[in-house]
Design a binder for this molecule. Sequence first.
Ligand SMILES: [Ca+2]
Ligand SMILES: [Ca+2]
Length: 126
Amino acid sequence: MRAATYLAVGLLLAAPALGAPISFARYDMTSRNAGLLSEGFTVGDLDGDGRPDMVEGGETALLWYHNPDWTSAAIATGFRYAAGAAIEVEDIDGDGRPDVVTGRYPVDDSDAREMLWFANTAAGWV
Ligand SMILES: [Ca+2]
Ligand SMILES: [Ca+2]
């Protein structure tokens, strides 16, 4: 009973007060994407370090940004990624490494749509 009381008090102290003002700081990620025209974003811990990373799909590439230094690296290039499609981070093959699912189409053929996933392997994205 005492532990439950302490837990309840702890939860109340940890919760933000109703109506309390909140504020946001803006971080510009655009300078890190080498001019990529963005089509979509998502968040997921791609390297398994416990910090959420970001994934961006765009006109010519699918990039991920490493948290906390936000360096970008290509998962794939050469297509329009996430244009009209979501980007999801899930462990599709169950190997413990989060994979990336999205859609794409060739820049010169907007009727050719594909849904695909990229396996996150120790050797890179396949
Ligand atoms: Ca991470
Ligand atoms: Ca996986």
